[in-house]
Design a protein around this ligand. Sequence first.
Ligand code: 13P
Length: 273
Amino acid sequence: MYFGLVIELVYPEKIPSFQAIKVIKSEEFSMPTKIAAGNWKMNGTQANILELQSISTAADQLDCETIICPPATMLTMATRFSKKVLIGGQDCHSETAGAYTGDISAQMLVDAGASCVIVGHSERRKHHDENSEIVKAKANAAVAATLTPIICVGETLQQRKSGNAVAAVSSQLEESLPKSSKIIVAYEPIWAIGTGAIPSFKEICEMHDAIRALLFRTHGKNGQKISILYGGSVKSSNATEIFSATNVDGALVGGASLKSTDFVPIMQALSKS
Ligand code: 13P
């Protein structure tokens, strides 16, 4: 998190005198937190705690927040073994409890030590038929349980090719957003997930700028503080360029977050950005 002191000229036509300068509280203009987040998806058993420990050791030295979202079976153990890494769930139900076999509530994630949860990942939207209305309900449930939801959005290849990517992602995000500004947004083009393909730097900038503008519209000045992550085939070889984009505040990484030797260089690139 950055802190800055902003001095606004109230009467710019006059020479700035002491009375003409309004000092705005630093936290009003704090910047988004830089976040390196790993989504382990359906990968990992107790043996992988060693990877988490290496990631945690590296995180201690770096100027960014690190989040790992392991499978639910590893949550409790993960929170015990990773002092410098925040632990998140990969999904939660919109209800607090009840007859929903196989599901996990936001409260249960908190109970297991999680501090955030991914909602609306394209793999959930696709394989579990989750639309943005469901994603919004899950995000609201997460917020109510004090978790930070990581809200995922992204366009299909067809939407990208037909020039509708920004419009598609904008409406998907607007329909998925909870009222709270204690959220993280992850832009993950579906066609870039696990494929090795990524949008051009210009396309990433254009999308992240559009998301920032939308967050200003929906959350006012708090929209500036919301971290916007890029996800989809992030590797150490492309991380530095991706992180140089103005409104890219970090990454949500799949495959390259499973091994500390792949993920730590991405964390380091973010820390330096
Ligand atoms: P990859 O980094 O494996 O492309 O996955 C991205 C992702 O889906 C993270 O949520």
